[in-house]
Design a protein around this ligand. Sequence first.
Ligand SMILES: C[S@@+](CC[C@H](N)C(=O)[O-])C[C@H]1O[C@@H](n2cnc3c(N)ncnc32)[C@H](O)[C@@H]1O
Length: 497
Amino acid sequence: MRNIQLPDVGVTMALVANLQASLPDFGRIIDQCGHPGPALRKLGLVHWENGRFDTAARSFEAALSLTPRDPDLWRDLASVYSGSDRDEQALTAIRTSLEINPYNAQSWQTLASVADRLDDIETAEDAYRRTAALNPEAAAAHLGLGLLMFRKKLYQEALAAVRTSIAIDPVNGLAHYALGHLCFIASEFADCARAFDEAARLTLPLDAAARQKRARATTFQAMIEGRVEEALRDYNEIAGEDHEDLDIIKRDAFSVLSASGHLEAAAEIGRMRLAEKPDDPVRRYLLDAVLGRSMTAAPAEYIETYFDQFAPQFDNKLLATLQYDGPRQMTNLVARHRTGFKHMLDLGCGTGLAAAELLPLGPTLTGVDISSGMLAEAANRGGYTELVKSEAVAYLKATPNRFDLIFAADSLIYFGDLGPLLRAAAGAMVQGGLFALSIEVTAGDGFTLQPSGRFAHSLEYLKTAADDFTILETMESDIRLEAGRPVAGLYVIMERR
Ligand SMILES: C[S@@+](CC[C@H](N)C(=O)[O-])C[C@H]1O[C@@H](n2cnc3c(N)ncnc32)[C@H](O)[C@@H]1O
């Protein structure tokens, strides 16, 4: 209790005498309670209710000098400290309360709120969970946990917790507001629009971002229900002054609906978009993917155009929104097997996220990518000995270099048939060199083109295709998020035979 100074008992008794003299009601309360401690607490509660946090804190401190083992008083003190931004003291007070009585849900809830305010996520999460375990009806704890999971980008958990809080307390506007955003991320568009409507009914009008999401959700839901043209026609009216460019709505509807498995609606929009720009390789390929056309690799023209357009937003989207951490995780895996490489190749290096991770493993790093937009970002980031614009297989076949590490993070997903690439890689490596790669995983023994335009491979398939390599280790991991859900992936370390 280093940061909380309770008054001496003598000082408190002098205060009590003073209060008795100046407040006749106070004397009566002491008589009713039989002790000045509870009377000081009652006084503190009145000050608290009236927003006089400092005076309330002094009353609780005085009461505690008389009954220092009262856990409820410590909790009250924590709450008023917190109300007057004395967070560190609030933390001490609530921890003291919980040391005395660890079975009080309200005290855990107070700890959770204080820790949350201090951005101590771990303590807050634990305290919310303990609150809910002690009192499953504590709506505020479920909501607090939901909002915290939202911040941690664990969207499915966040959604479940916020839904639980609403089931207990259906009139909390903030909970419906959070539900609206979470349902949008999870592509639950009907629920999203309903939640925003409820939030607006219960609390203040929605902000512009929420209004835009509500309009999108209403539009996307109508598309899912088979009313694509009508939805596009009505969009401007639904969105009103918040309306966005209709081409952007179509583009995003296509990607959101394909990612969330609403392929018929996505295909209808895809056809519409291709009819508007029949020569666009991105629109053509992604429509083919949604239509389930079989292919052995994404066309080079698609990859180049797509990543050139995407390059400036790539880092922000992948790191902040999609929780992508492939380069770091794969490098850690490589380092468990070997370090001190002579010449490393980052194949499909993109914006160069892997460079800083790989450089401690060896002095020479070549980056190869087909997209000049991505290579420009990689050059800005730095760390590469050389950057080469080339298609991956063509580069591997032509290069005189012999690499002892090939690193392909999130780039084999653009190849279906891995045979040509793995054979060319084997030819460009020294014997005993390592090949680190990531794949999205599918069941069975083959590969499949997904509606996202990326391929997924089975481990069985990889084993067969990689006959120049020995698989040393595989690690299951969520590669990134898609429609708010983790995409199952596999990191693989292979050795050139
Ligand atoms: C999803 S990004 C991953 C970038 C980087 N490896 C990372 O982990 O951040 C895929 C990259 O692979 C490149 N790529 C895909 N197919 C390719 C190919 N056939 N030849 C060369 N680069 C390719 C793309 O241009 C893009 O930059």
